[in-house]
Design a protein around this ligand. Structure first.
Ligand code: ADE
Ligand code: ZN
Length: 343
């Protein structure tokens, strides 16, 4: 398939994005604009120098810069602008449903109110639903480099905004911060009605994926690349249809894998794992969901049936109702059928 044909096909697929950190969609241009209006001096003097700094040898090097960038977000309007910019971008990429993360602690630690953060994000999500028809779920992530007690404080702060939050996640520095550190707060989160997900097996071992499933009772795994190290784990994921939200460009940029040709997504599909593709932190890793699909498909020579499976898997793995899932999945199938007819 020609590259231009492949890109066109990917652009046209109705897509769901299930793994996106809103702070990771902070483009340098907007970062500069918001820093300026908030009278904050950035450590970089130009957009070019920011972009040059986006070279990472591991997850921690990325996180250090990512948390620094988020410091310029102060007012509700800042969180609104950030979220609206992301939604406008993915609307242009034919994304019709999003389930996005935000990291409350990155902001509340600096004295920003929980309400300031979530109200800004929520208003943009509501507008995107009205103007673009994009549906959404919102996931608050606990930072795993912080203590479980601090996660409990965050859970408590979230209660007045419970009606806006669908689930909780676990992100930040994985190695040395296993899921077992957060057993109690995940249990309490479930009791409040939150759905549960966690980053596991991104840099950490397959063992962390087992822990996330067995101890935290998560319903979906963020990343999970390392599951292929463990046959019993693969069987569990397949039997229980536990989806992985993979982020190929992130994996290459953070040197979780050495190059895209080594990305495990095709192997995962072959084994029957509910693998899905997303962008993680698109402003930092060189691409949004379409670029993630495109670079993966090109490197691994994915065919249209694999692309269709990836798109369907994301709707299946979403938190939409069965009826909504069916509606989107039938749109995906119709789209791929129309491609066959036009050739
Ligand atoms: N926070 C934002 N992006 C992340 C990633 N890829 N892994 C863990 N925490 C994150
Ligand atoms: Zn992530």
């Amino acid at each position: 398939m020609q590259s231009s044909d492949l890109l066109k096909i990917i652009e046209g697929i109705p897509k769901a994005e299930l793994h996106l950190h809103i702070e990771g969609s902070f483009e340098p241009e907007l970062m500069f604009e918001i820093a300026k209006r908030n009278n904050i001096e950035l450590a970089f003097d130009s957009i070019e120098s920011i972009k040059k700094a986006y070279k990472f040898n591991n997850l921690q090097e990325f996180l250090d810069i990512y948390y620094m960038g988020a410091q310029v977000l102060i007012h509700e309007q800042d969180f609104y602008d950030l979220t609206w910019a992301y939604l406008t971008k993915v609307h242009s990429q034919n994304v019709v449903h999003v389930e996005i993360f935000f990291d409350p602690q990155t902001h509340t630690e600096r004295g920003i109110g929980f309400g300031t953060v979530i109200n800004g994000i929520n208003k943009a999500l509501i507008r995107a639903n009205r103007e673009y028809g994009i549906s959404h779920r919102l996931i608050m992530s606990y930072l795993r480099h912080m203590s479980e007690e601090e996660a409990f404080d965050t859970l408590e702060s979230s209660i007045p905004f419970k009606h806006l939050i669908d689930g909780v996640g676990l992100d930040s520095s994985e190695k040395g911060n296993p899921p077992n550190k957060f057993v109690n707060v995940f249990k309490a989160s479930a009791e409040h009605g939150y759905k549960l997900v966690a980053h596991a097996g991104e840099e950490g071992p397959a063992e962390y994926i087992w822990e996330a499933l067995d101890l935290l009772n998560i319903v979906r795994i963020d990343h999970g690349n390392r599951c292929l190290d463990d046959e019993a784990l693969i069987r569990r994921l397949v039997d229980e249809k536990i989806a992985l939200t993979l982020c190929p460009l992130s994996n290459v940029e953070l040197k979780v894998i050495q190059n895209m040709e080594e990305h495990p997504v095709a192997k995962m599909l072959d084994k029957g794992i509910v693998a899905t593709i997303h962008s993680d932190d698109p402003a930092y890793f060189g691409g949004y969901i379409n670029e993630n699909f495109y670079e993966t498909a090109k490197a691994l020579n994915l065919d249209t049936s694999q692309l269709m499976q990836l798109a369907i898997n994301a709707f299946e793995a979403s938190w939409l109702t069965r009826e909504e899932k069916n509606r989107h999945i039938s749109e995906v199938k119709k789209y791929f059928e129309s491609l066959v007819l036009s050739h």
